[in-house]
Ligand binder design. Structure first.
Ligand code: PLP
Ligand code: COI
Length: 366
């Protein structure tokens, strides 16, 4: 066991006694897919009312012991984040806007009545894991190391109240394409189910939101679509977001629209970054409500030229087809549009250190 310095806490380090063999790892890294393979280590930090944040450890990746009464297993007091580490053109490693993930994590913690984690500790934990497992970057084009920080109520107690003990963890997963189909544009199903209502937890990145999205997601898959789209809870009319991505709409006059943040959708970091990049490209960006009916009409008239989904996992992904119980419509040519490709390229080239980082978004760690 050795310890390494990090802001606020020292991490105890327990190296994996039997890390993945080089040839096994190479196989994973050549074809990583999304979210099925994990690196050799993980971070674990505990919080309690009496001790605050303590027991910071870098451990061999593996199962954890939980009391069967742990509150997370009963009342779903759990939140998570998703961010990526990239190998830069110069061989270094960088995270993209980790402070934004740390800030959103704490916003989620507040909504779920959980302990907040100091932002520097959140970032140090992610960095420590990336540095420990830096052999786990995919070798495929477009690959990255996906980081999943998460926190759950670990207190063993069945009364319904905010828990008094939490565990924060980070795991790492080599990532390629999020969408298995590999098709150039995705197809989406407009759900009858609601994801989030005003006053609910829609803006928090909590596991419960995703649990509620699984029946509609399964329905989308069963109907042959790649993602589910949710409309607003009150009028079932306004476009909100996909199961795991925000949406943008591009028009023939060069303007783009994305649904506003009103507490029912996730404030995506990719969304915010693309708004800034699009404005730099001279595009007019409006954060305003856009209805499913208008979308269908604009796609038919040709006023709407492109639609794309965005998120850490999905990066920028064109939407080609949309379906609901009234039938199906196609966006543009049904394939990737020019603006979608341009914005994707702008974002990716900044993330990978190939273009100037004028916003201070890229945090080099090695
Ligand atoms: N919306 C939902 C529901 C998500 O799960 C995600 C992914 O994290 C996003 C939007 C996009 O957020 P970000 O760009 O921060 O990854
Ligand atoms: C992400 O893009 O990081 C997400 O969290 C989306 C999904 C994998 C849940």
């Amino acid at each position: 066991m050795a310890t390494t310095a990090a802001p606020a806490l020292r991490f105890t380090r327990v190296p994996h006694p039997a890390p993945a063999a080089a040839d096994v790892r190479a196989q994973v890294l050549a074809n990583p897919g999304f979210g099925t393979k994990f690196s050799d280590h993980m971070v674990s930090i505990d919080w309690s009312e009496s001790e605050g944040w303590h027991n910071a450890q870098i451990l061999p990746y593996g199962p954890i012991a939980l009391d069967p009464a742990a509150a997370v297993l009963h009342y779903a007091q759990e939140i998570f984040e998703g961010l990526k580490a990239y190998r830069l053109a110069d061989g270094g490693i960088a995270l993209f806007r980790p402070e934004a993930n740390a800030a959103r994590f704490n916003a989620s913690a507040r909504r779920l009545a959980m302990a907040e984690i100091p932002e520097d500790l959140f970032i140090a934990a992610v960095e420590q894991l990336v540095l420990t497992d830096q052999d786990w970057f995919p070798t495929v084009e477009g690959g990255s190391l996906y980081l999943r920080p998460f926190m759950f109520a670990s207190e063993a107690f069945l009364g319904v109240r905010p828990a008094k003990a939490y565990r924060f963890m980070v795991i790492a997963s080599p990532a390629g394409n999020y969408f298995k189909s590999g098709s150039p544009a995705v197809s989406i199903w407009v759900s009858d189910y609601t994801r989030a209502a005003p006053g609910g937890t829609g803006a928090a990145k909590c596991g419960g939101n995703y649990a509620a999205s699984l029946v509609p997601t399964a329905e989308a898959f069963a109907r042959g679509h790649d993602q589910v789209l949710f409309l607003d809870a009150a009028d079932h009319k306004w476009i909100e977001e996909l199961g795991g991505m925000n949406l943008f709409f591009a028009f023939d006059d060069g303007s783009i629209v994305t649904p506003p943040l009103g507490g029912t959708i996730l404030p995506g970091i990719t969304r915010e970054s693309l708004i800034a990049l699009a404005r730099e490209e001279g595009l007019t960006v409006r954060e305003e409500r856009y209805s499913l009916d208008q979308w269908r009409a604009d796609a038919a008239s040709g006023k709407l030229v492109e639609t794309f989904a965005c998120g850490t996992a999905a990066v920028v992904t064109p939407v080609g087809k949309v379906a609901d119980h009234n039938g199906e419509f196609t966006i543009g040519s049904g394939g990737p549009g020019q603006l979608t490709q341009k914005l994707r390229q702008r974002l990716v080239s900044i993330q990978r250190g190939e273009a100037a980082d004028t916003h201070g978004w890229v945090k080099k760690i090695a």
